[in-house]
Ligand binder design. Structure first.
Ligand code: APR
Length: 249
């Protein structure tokens, strides 16, 4: 299926000066991590407002802590897939390249991507719910006990919860990438959550070629210049191989 990629897309990419990529949970699906909104996704089994929101944590901190311990254990036993590795390779193939992710699993970094713009934070780091101080101690993944900060506050994962602002510097950098790049990929995201979903729209408005890699239609498929209805682990290595056959500028 990946061979259905149009030659013109490879042509455009081989001449691109600045490539931006936005990834979502679909990129980690082939590593065995559930997405959120697929039929068997996390939000079909759990209530996001109870588990991924400030109110949820305040009303039942143990339930939220447990859920993140469960997710950390899942992530701890997974590895990056071919899609993550291909994106890490792409980082070296263009004069300018930025990876923006909604994912909190850090599989991009494990695969070798650096300077990753984490729009929704990450599940590996933690900080105090009260005073916000980073919590540097190792988390025992089997513990049901919520660690405490020196100030007495409860420790929480450093992910962005529903209703919380995204890290403003990361968002500003991501919007700049969308405004300036020549080619913008939207990979493995349903594009249901803003402001992340706005980035491909900003890129399109600023003249970039926008490309969607997703087995399914999304809320922003209609704006795409290219749509590849396949998985990221299938498609991205193929694109990298095709690019290697052509000199990039
Ligand atoms: N390759 C590429 N795309 C895939 C694959 C795959 N192997 N498997 C599934 N997908 C696609 C699905 O078709 C879907 O469009 O990935 C997308 C996953 O969408 P969501 O589950 O909504 O995940 P995401 O878009 O990352 O969610 C955004 O919502 O709940 C919040 O904070 C959470 O960061 C998350 C945000």
């Amino acid at each position: 299926m990946a061979t259905a990629i149009e030659k013109s897309l490879i042509e455009i990419l081989s001449k691109a000066n600045w490539v931006g990529i936005l990834t979502g949970a679909g990129v980690s699906a082939e590593s065995g991590i559930s997405t959120f909104r697929d039929p068997d996704g996390l939000w079909s089994k759990f209530n996001p407002m109870e588990l991924a929101s400030i109110d949820g944590f305040m009303s039942n901190p143990e339930r939220v802590w447990d859920w993140y311990q469960y997710r950390r254990n899942v992530i701890h036993s997974t590895k990056p897939n071919a899609g993550h590795y291909a994106i890490a390779e792409m980082q070296k193939m263009f004069p300018y390249f930025n990876l923006i992710t909604q994912n909190v699993d850090r599989l991009h970094q494990t695969a070798g991507s650096d300077d990753v713009l984490e729009l929704h934070g990450n599940i590996i780091e933690n900080h105090c719910f009260q005073c916000k101080k980073p919590y540097k101690q190792e988390i025992d993944l089997s513990s049901k006990e919520i660690p405490r900060c020196d100030c007495g506050g409860m420790i929480r994962p450093s992910v962005v919860w529903f209703g919380e602002n995204l890290p403003h510097k990361v968002l500003a950098q991501s919007e700049l990438v969308a405004q300036k790049c020549d080619v913008f990929f939207s990979i493995g995201t349903s594009a249901e959550v803003y402001p992340a979903a706005n980035l491909p729209i900003i890129a399109k408005k600023n003249g970039a070629k926008v490309i969607e890699i997703n087995p399914n239609v999304t809320a922003i498929s209609y704006i795409m210049d290219y749509v590849i209805r396949d998985t990221s682990a299938e498609t991205l290595p193929y694109i990298v191989e095709e690019l290697k056959k052509r000199p990039t500028n």
